[in-house]
Write a protein of this length. Sequence first.
Lengths: 483, 490
Amino acid sequence: MTIASFEPAALLAVLPEILLLALAGLILTLDMIFRDRRGTYLSWVTSAGLAAILVVTLVYSRPGEEQLILGGMVREDWLGFAFKVVLLFAAAVTALLSQGVEGVRDRGEYYALLVVATLGMNLMATAADLIMLFLAIETTSIPLYVLAGFLKGDDKSTESGLKYFFFGALTSAVMLYGFSLLYGFSGETNIYFLAEGMRAGEVSPWLMAAMAALVLVGFGFKISAAPFHFWAPDVYEGAPTSITAFISTASKAAGFAVLVRFMMAAFPAIEAQWSLLLAILAAATMTVGNLIALVQSNIKRLLAFSSISHAGYALIGLVALNHLGSASLVFYLATYVVTNLAAFGVVIVFARTAGSDEIADYAALSRRSPGLALALLVALLSLGGMPPLAGFVAKFYVFAAAVEAGYIWLAFLGVLNSIVGLYYYLTILKVVYLYRSEDEDKPVPVPGVYAAALGVCALLIVAIGALSGPWLEWALRVTGGLF
Amino acid sequence: MAFPILSIIVFTPIVFGLALLLFPAHRHREIRIAALVGASITTVLSIWAYFTYDQALGGYQFVEKIPWIPALGISYHVGVDGMNLPLVLLTGVVIFTGVLISWGIDDRPREFFAFLFILATGVFGVFVSLDLFQLLFFYEIAVFPMYLLIAIWGWKVTREYAAMKLTLYLFVGSVIALVGALAMYFASGLGTFDLLALEGAGFSTGFQRFWFPFVFFGFAVLGGIFPVHNWSPDGHVAAPTAVSMFHAGVLMKLGAFASLRVGIMLMPEGAKFWAPLILVLATVNVVYGAFIASVQTDFKYVIGFSSVSHMGLVLLGFASLNLDGLTGAGIQMFSHGVMTALFFAVVGVVYDRAHTREIPKLGGFIRPLPLAAVAFIIGGLVSMGMPGFSGFIAEFPIFMGLWQRAPIVAIVAAISIVITASYIMRVVGNVFFGEMPKEFEGHISPIKVQDKVALVMLAVILVIVGVYPRIMAPLVQSGAQAILALVGGA
């Protein structure tokens, strides 16, 4: 692979990022001009802007030939494109959901930071150079640290931001050390040339595995894989719920985008070690996430642990290191993003009225708002892997990939884990549908914008689950370039 | 393309179920009528399919095949033959009577019927499935709504426990079977989930012996096989009446059918290897289930354990791996389904009036509820395998098949007939005859017309199959023959 010489057309590949930067500027400008105007108009601007960028991406930014562009900093390919679509969708929905979150809904800098974080994530999905990759990760992380701690008056939010920052800084440092070793031994910073450089330098596989492990610390933090998951519950619980949704979906998907590209490109020589390392990581991640989720009483914490376990399932797709595996990973992440956004959407709507995130307070939700209860049912059952919802086929594909690669034990561990998951999702639904409450005569109003957002997510969950053929074809096509 | 009758049968319930959710919650009457309309359409179509199936032609009929997930060779592929057609009819009958029996549900009937109909779609989908992925897909759709139905509308005392236990048991079974299905898919090298193609995949004997237990026992959990039968009586008892009917009447057949369809038919060598173990476990089911049923004092638990016992006979029929055994098992699935639905309907009718199910506290119910008593007695005679009732048509071939395969098992299992007779007699004697306790005198309201229709319909079916077995036996036999062709003789 060679680096294509610069042509103005190459800028089309980064058009979404350019537009994101412009959008962030626009938001800040609007906020300054209409300083006295309070309300939700910024949420609409952000959301509409992100949706427009999504459309532009779909129309103008479709990759042609797969190639390294802009001096090798980014790679123009279908994988990156697919992740960009998912990330922009997640950001647009998050911006919409932010309307209901007290303390952030009318803050210009909040929306600007959200857009900048999205910009970083988009670059993570396409970065092909260690330096670009590091910058992208930091461009994503730093706004997220601020956003997590955005509610200044709230101790938990402050704790959330601080904890996220400390963990992030530490894992970044370790990852950077790994990057420096990679450069030192191969003499290359472009991840597509690393493998060649290693071969030329006759680097021993074990040394490579050690470097891979260092890099994995940074990526593991982003996707909240065990044992780098300790930040997740506290950060999820304390952060404004819209940001929790964003971190648990978009940020995680971006982390996986980096992981899948890096694994496939940089270390073909140590596939066996890699695969085993990832298998152990996947097994530990899903088991730890699920077991601790069992005892949670706060729905945000529960969803935090559940999201850890989902990182574990998604990793299974990567373990397989085959075409179906990487396609199943992309498919899994896309469905997971949609599903988790729906779940957090319900949490936000409920907290608007009830002011609580305790699971016990969800009692009689099915009487207070049958529609909201149904949305939660769809989201949780999809997370639990129940057909005809998206979560079932997504799990089916990753387990299929594991079986195809001969990881039968991992597939068994995965399915048993999904039973544990099902148990705690059912306990929430039990509270929602079965338990009575003193407040059951007080309806939980669902404003139109939420009804629309939740409706779109729920429809997507059902559509992806029942008619997954085209989606899988798409996932197979976008990952085809990796092999 | 021909009229897609099977697809209409499969999807009518879920369409109605989702449409019900759009009704205003308080319009109970309209909701019930809409539910009945949906159930009627399904039932009429399943009866129609049953009688228009061309027996002379045999094989899979009403076949539809549409690519679903082409990348993995998955199709939406449905068809019926002699083995699954009676089960489609059974499901049609139970959904119709179940809606009638649930007429009195006042707490959120909209959600109740919606979940019940989603469940029905799952059940139909499994029975007509000719694609392995599709089978698993519908299988889980069938199992899940059970949780909410039991947990929300069930018996207050045990519903949370029983619902969770049932769900977890069944899902552990189904996901283990799922891994087995994936192993078959990749081992076959055919790149298809089509069941008919996989039948000819020629898995090695070693592969079959290793993977058969995962698939067979994974599904057999839902069939109530010993020692993982425990979820079933608890679930039956905790469930509201219509759900018990569905659960014992149809869902347990789902497990048995799937273990036959995927386990035995795709891995016949594995089936032969593991048949002795299945025989032993199923014998325990039959005898132990009957014994436990005979010492219960709760009316509903008696029926719950009797299901464990009768499902054991189905599994024994499978494990005999010969024509008589498989035919008997096929008829038994239908006969037991209708019978147990009838039993639970009667239990529901009695409990709604007496508010207790303790057998010693009941008595003399034949006077206020003569129809319920007669229906129960008919069910009891079926359960004992009396000639002239469908139970005989089912159990006699099973025992014939067993005798050819393992006479000792036939003898041991036959003990259960005596025990069954004893507990049925005890229930009939103590609940319907004898003195009526004082507190019930004059407080027992007469049976509602919806319940009457349901009970009569179920009882009549049992008698028709009993006195005119030609309506079902040759059909099931043709299905059994097809299975035998795969297994390759006894």
